[in-house]
Ligand binder design. Structure first.
Ligand SMILES: O=C(CO)[C@H](O)[C@H](O)COP(=O)(O)O
Length: 241
């Protein structure tokens, strides 16, 4: 069997620590991406040992399939209503626990599920922790109708904001446009740095073809960062002082 990489160890440590926060009977949001998938596996293991009576909502079709295959009860979000906690990964985490998400293309459902939760807990390896958001390309979900016009409008809005950017790329998978679970497209914005995430979020969300951005601002209250030695550290926005 292949040896676990340091990144695998870190993801697993964060996932285990988050699963330890889960209480019996919880209504739980399950994130998407490789770190969230590790968490779903660890959660299912715990549930096998000690049935927890969880009711889960998934942030993507892939997560729903994984969780269901492992014996977790997955329901539509609207059937559940409000969630106690959502555990998800992230692409970047800044000191205020503002996030860039959507590297896996599930940002819209991820944001809806996170905002329908009392608490969003993010799990990640140390490479995701940054001083300022923006090195990771910012995913923006847009509707397919007129997407090239939407891309042009986004470019113009960025210029009007004085933001340098490289060409805005339509996300592709196997050479064809990537479609989200909602059938939308994703534009990836290479911005290098985002000085004012709240302003950028407002500007982008004001454009008609934009469905949602990967900026998750003031949503996450706890980030669990796994380390290569299997330990974890917990970050909260308050620590910033
Ligand atoms: O936002 C996401 C998917 O839309 C993921 O949570 C994010 O991309 C992190 O993924 P990974 O854990 O594989 O690095």
């Amino acid at each position: 069997m292949a040896e676990a990489s340091s990144s695998d160890i870190a993801k697993d440590a964060a996932a285990r620590a988050a699963v330890a926060l889960v209480e019996p009977g919880m209504k739980l949001g399950l994130g998407s991406g490789s770190t969230a998938a590790v968490m779903v596996r660890r959660l299912a293991e715990r549930n096998d040992e000690e049935p927890l009576g969880l009711i889960c909502a998934a942030t993507s079709a892939a997560t729903a399939e994984l969780a269901t295959s492992l014996g977790l009860a997955v329901h539509e979000l609207d059937q559940i209503g409000w969630l106690d906690m959502t555990i998800d990964g992230a692409d970047e985490i800044d000191p205020d626990l503002n996030l860039i998400k959507g590297g896996g293309g599930a940002l819209l459902r991820e944001k809806i599920v996170a905002m329908a939760s009392d608490r969003m807990v993010v799990i990640a390896d140390p490479t995701k922790v940054v001083e300022q958001l923006g090195a990771f390309h910012l995913p923006v979900e847009v509707i397919p109708f007129g997407w090239e016009i939407t891309r042009k409008l986004i470019g113009e809005a960025l210029v009007a904001e004085g933001m340098e950017h490289r060409p805005i790329l339509l996300r592709k998978r196997d050479d064809t446009p990537y479609r989200t679970d909602e059938g939308n497209l994703i534009l990836d914005l290479a911005l290098e740095q985002i000085e004012d995430p709240a302003r950028l979020s407002r500007v982008l969300n004001a454009l008609p073809g934009v469905v949602e951005t990967g900026l998750f601002l003031n949503i996450c209250r706890l980030a669990i960062i796994g380390r290569e030695d299997g330990s974890t550290i917990e970050l909260t926005p308050e620590e910033r002082g």
